[in-house]
Design a protein around this ligand. Structure first.
Ligand code: TXA
Ligand code: MG
Length: 349
């Protein structure tokens, strides 16, 4: 298949630039497009055949359900069979934006989109290209992250090309995304709303609007055998080819431990990558040293994490050593992704 690539300026574009993408979606094809979180791989959510194509292109397990993207809050009435009051409040506060909400599904939503579940994940993105694409096509767009299953989520069109060129109809290049981590997922079908995947919208932010919120136990306790409530969270994910180790503890100790490990390996001819920060990047002496962002602003770290993991892939490093970014708030989402990428390999420095 020939994958068409079009460039669109997300600040100033005209609807007619989306015409071909709209046609592809209407006839059941696949279009990758930017959202504010990561690039998505879109298809008509109500067309079983189109949804199935997504799984094939990504190599995604068929029990892993898709998020449906809408451009208008009223679409909820069509896709969800029940809209609890807390959900109304969340929609009011956070849509459009990086929040996915799990509802009981309506009969309109095919099982091929929900991976056989009777619930459905819905989100209204904020990014102008994605909103226009949904609105103008009149199609509800099912879209997982536009990566090959198991690879880091794409935050630039180039990442999508690396993974899916030749497998999908079109890639819309709208430049790098703003957030860089996938949306927060919250389930409102349980008594107490539950976070199934941490993201840019934090537990605190949700609680300010709806009161008590829980976090899926399986996410907090990575060692446990509890099955995560979001099927996708159980898969080894985001994993680069290099073996990642996270170093935790006092920053000075972390730096000295990483330097020691890096030196050992580099002197043995082994390629090592180091994930540092703007504050620490000059403290390392061996290996390929890259800053992920500044500790003064967590959003900078979130934005470059997946891209950095892909860069180290391209450089074919064998080991990646990284500092830890644990804290409340956004740190929870960052560490959730990093721990998965590292297969939970953590060393206490
Ligand atoms: O930011 C995002 O959410 C991006 C952009 C493209 O919107 N999309 C995204 O999709 O991250 P994906 O498919 O990579 O992740 C969707 C997650 C998976 O972990 C899946 O298991 C979970 O959402 N999910 C979808 N429907 C669900 C449902 N009905 N119940 C529980 N989890 C669900
Ligand atoms: Mg994904």
């Amino acid at each position: 298949m020939n994958t068409e690539i079009i460039k669109i300026d997300k600040v100033k574009f005209e609807t007619k630039e989306l015409e071909e993408a709209i046609n592809i979606l209407r006839r059941g094809g696949l279009v990758a497009f930017p959202t504010e979180t990561v690039y998505g791989l879109g298809a008509n959510a109500l067309n079983e055949e189109a949804a199935r194509k997504i799984y094939a292109a990504k190599g995604r397990p068929s029990d892993n359900p898709l998020i449906i993207h809408i451009a208008d809050k009223d679409a909820l009435n069509e896709l969800a069979s029940e809209i609890p009051k807390v959900a109304e409040n969340l929609v009011e506060a956070f849509w459009p934006g990086p929040l996915t909400i799990i509802f009981k599904k309506s009969d309109k939503v095919p099982m091929s989109t929900t991976g056989g579940l009777d619930t459905v994940a819905i989100r209204m993105p904020e990014e102008p290209i994605s909103l226009a694409l949904i609105k103008e096509s009149g199609v509800y767009i099912a879209a997982p992250s536009a990566n090959t299953s198991g690879r880091p989520s794409p935050t630039k069109a180039e990442h999508v090309m690396d993974d899916l060129n030749g497998k999908i109809d079109m890639i819309i290049d709208g430049g790098p995304v703003g957030i860089g981590l996938e949306s927060t997922i919250v389930d409102v079908t349980s008594d107490i709303p539950t976070i199934l995947r941490p993201g840019f919208i934090t537990k605190d932010m949700l609680e300010t609007v709806i009161g008590e919120v829980e976090i899926d136990q399986a996410i907090l306790d990575s060692e446990s055998d509890i099955k995560p409530k979001a099927p996708g969270m159980k898969y080894k994910h985001y994993a680069p080819k290099g073996d990642i180790t996270i170093f935790e503890g006092n920053l000075e100790d972390v730096i000295s431990q990483i330097n020691k490990k890096a030196k050992e390996n580099v002197l043995n001819g082994i390629k090592v990558g180091i994930i540092a920060t703007d504050e620490t990047v000059h403290s390392y002496n061996y290996g390929i040293i890259k800053s992920i962002g500044t500790r003064k602003d967590n959003t900078s770290i979130a934005r470059s994490m997946f891209a950095l993991l892909r860069e180290f892939d391209d450089l074919e490093v064998e080991y990646i050593y990284t500092e830890s970014f644990r804290d409340a708030g956004l740190g929870q989402a960052i560490m959730n992704r990093l721990l998965k990428a590292a297969g939970h390999h953590v060393i206490n420095a």
